[in-house]
Design a protein around this ligand. Structure first.
Ligand code: PEP
Ligand code: MN
Length: 282
């Protein structure tokens, strides 16, 4: 007799949507992520110099960005490419954040960096490649500072939510989930933005959920469209890469918006946010 075993891991089973969660607000330097307003985090992929970071910060602030992004240590696929300025950038970062009065969201790639940048960053970022680094997540769970947790590019939604539990379970409830695109069979774009995951995580967790359209699509001209989709699907914000001169960027130039692109995107984004009754954070 044929013995048919049902493989529960590979067969789709409709999940019960809990839909009784209210999103908790995570405060990052006075910005309420997950509240009634929509948050925009913008800045370069990598912090390259005082001039580049200041020009970007001033430009994105003028167009309405609420928080800055910028990489200090870069986990690049190739070890031969730019790895970030590391600790030599600390002074310039302090100056730019003070001069613009903006909080910084920045990735730490190693638990030893938590202490090094504790006073420099308003929110720690865990990159896609480190979503499964449970010892790092547990250490971040012992900190009194928000954590933006990117989804692993090949992680199930459930694994991403469970990764967040490592942080909250260790005592730090200030976690923001970030969908940044997953690897699929498609090669026309860098990754595939999983809007399902945004809707699912919003309904099944009480954590704020934001979208990174830059790493999701990897193509400058398409980044704004995905940012609009994020706003329409109910994300609590976006984190987007901007560079004053993308052709000179030391990392991720092809997906960086220029300051002008960013300004135009913000104008249309505000209209979409108005339509979904979700104003941009002031
Ligand atoms: C980044 O935001 O700079 C980054 C490296 O993104 P990800 O971890 O999503 O690849
Ligand atoms: Mn990048």
């Amino acid at each position: 007799m044929l013995n048919l075993k049902i493989n529960k891991r590979s067969s789709y089973m409709a999940k019960t949507i809990q839909d009784k969660q209210t999103t908790q607000v995570v405060q990052v330097k006075g910005i309420h992520i997950g509240g009634p307003e929509f948050t925009v985090i913008a800045g370069p992929c990598s912090i390259e110099s005082y001039g580049q970071f200041l020009e970007t910060a001033q430009g994105v602030k003028k167009s309405g960005a609420n928080l800055l992004r910028g990489g200090i240590w870069k986990l690049r696929t190739s070890s031969k490419t730019f790895q970030g300025l590391g600790d030599s950038s600390f002074d310039l970062i302090k100056r730019v954040c003070q001069e613009t009065n903006m909080g910084l969201v920045s990735e730490i790639t190693d638990a030893r960096q938590i202490e090094e940048v504790y006073d420099l960053v308003a929110c720690f970022q865990v990159g896609s490649r480190n979503m499964h680094n449970y010892s790092l997540l547990k250490e971040l769970g012992r900190q009194n500072k928000p954590v933006l947790l990117k989804r692993g590019f090949a992680a199930l939604i459930e694994e991403w939510i469970q990764a967040a539990d490592y942080i909250t379970g260790a005592g730090n409830n200030n976690v923001i989930l970030c969908e940044r695109g997953i690897r699929t069979f498609e090669t026309a774009t860098r990754n595939t933005l999983d809007l399902n995951a945004v809707a699912y995580a919003k309904k099944n967790t009480n954590l704020p959920v934001i979208v990174d359209p830059s790493h999701a699509v990897g193509i400058r001209a398409l980044v704004p469209d995905l940012a609009y989709a994020a706003a329409a699907v109910g994300a609590d914000g976006i984190i987007v890469e901007v560079h004053p001169r993308p052709a000179e960027a030391l990392s991720d130039g092809p997906q960086a918006l220029t300051l002008e692109d960013f300004e135009l995107m913000m104008i249309k984004l505000k209209k979409i946010l108005a339509a979904v009754e979700r104003p941009l954070h002031k």
